[in-house]
Write a protein that binds this ligand. Sequence first.
Ligand SMILES: Nc1ncnc2c1ncn2[C@@H]1O[C@H](COP(=O)(O)OP(=O)(O)OP(=O)(O)O)[C@@H](O)[C@H]1O
Ligand SMILES: [Mg+2]
Length: 480
Amino acid sequence: MNYETSTATVLTAAEPIRDRVIAPRKILIVEDDQEAAAMLVELLRGEGYGVDAVGSAEEAIERFRVETYHLLLTDLLLPGKSGVELTKLVHEACPATAIVLITGHATVKTAVTALKRGANDYLRKPVAPKKLIERVSALVEARPDYLPNKLLAVGRSGEVNFEGMIARSRVMHNVFEKVKLASQADATVLITGESGTGKELVARAVHQRSQRHAGAFIAVHTGALPRDLIASELFGHERGAFTGATERKEGKFELADGGTIFLDEISTMDERTQINLLRVLESFTYMRIGGKKERAANVHVVAATNRDLSKMVEEGTFREDLFYRLNILQINLPPVRERREDVALLAHEFLQHFARVYRKPVEVVPAGTQRLLEAYHWPGNVRELRNVVEQAVLLARGRTLDPELLPQMIYRAGPSEETIRIPLGTSMDAAEKEVILRTLEARQGNKKLTAEVLGISRRSLYNKLAEYGYGRFGDGLDDN
Ligand SMILES: Nc1ncnc2c1ncn2[C@@H]1O[C@H](COP(=O)(O)OP(=O)(O)OP(=O)(O)O)[C@@H](O)[C@H]1O
Ligand SMILES: [Mg+2]
């Protein structure tokens, strides 16, 4: 599919997703009675708050792993963990988040317990709308700008949005660190990774972070050009240089002067262009076709490929000398199936984005949908995930992204599969990670059971999960 011209890109290209870690004044409602929840959502949204709603304490905790709220409004009696337990957890992890309990069964005793555990207020059912809004808005307005959230599962650097790239996994945070390095030097960068993993975003991030950010970012995909036009596209030509060259033309290297040139899918570059490029990378000069003057190539060269170039070198289909010239700083983007902990975060981000674009009221990724998304192997990586969420948002009728809205291949595969496939050639570390995460999934996130099944101590399991960027959730959360 030619993604570049799909309606999805056209509709959304002007609106990059960025810098939206904490939305202003957000409220999370925890209420298992759907009708009551809908009423609260409507009421508070009418007051201009960003409102999410879930049906259990466990789902609320999941929400706090990807989002920070100014206020938590929770029912006291919930199907699993109680509102009081949730209060205690959230209060410890997010001390600046206000907590209000709603209960139909309030005795003075439970209310006092809840207040002791960190709740700011409690209201009895049925709640009078006016009173609710009064109490809630007083608390929300009094919140500080920065709301600490220890549950937020993020990588080492603590960022979940880096130049428009959303991730919390440790592997992606290593990528971000490399992008920072690459942007500080002018050394040639080679970005590798499967299709749809975000290579172009990385290239743009390198440019954006560098001293050249005021210059142009010029992307070229030589493989997509007719062969006899490539040299002229890259280096430009003088008038009359060849038949049809009626005007002088600036090449991409010239257009990128002072900025960055992004050579996309470098593996498709033909032999002659490879030689030309090598010459530029050796001298950082070039000539327009038909020209006599050497020109300085004042550009940062960033190349990308989804093929294994070193293998192509071995097979003799890519020039070895050019490979070494390009491969000075390599940034490898891991496929999504090796960073499943990013899936929920990405899905939520895309959901909000497309809900806005298509003006749909969808806002919740329920646990069932999340589990299916996390279990799928994503051959098309982030691009595929983005497309799947876009389609589901278009099909959605209510506020939740129900599992049935997912394509059959994802919906049917389900996370309940009792076998996993690990391709030959997988490293021990990657295989171990796959086994651990898939077992955890199959045991519905129960770490005690997972550790037992895997025959490792709970401590080793926590250490592994922390290594994968899931963080230590602490505060009693580890006990399930
Ligand atoms: N970490 C991320 N956060 C948010 N969006 C992402 C992320 N990674 C990729 N995307 C989105 O996924 C899509 C594919 O990304 P991109 O075009 O950078 O991938 P690519 O590796 O260049 O793919 P290809 O090999 O097919 O050219 C884009 O819409 C991009 O915005
Ligand atoms: Mg690309």
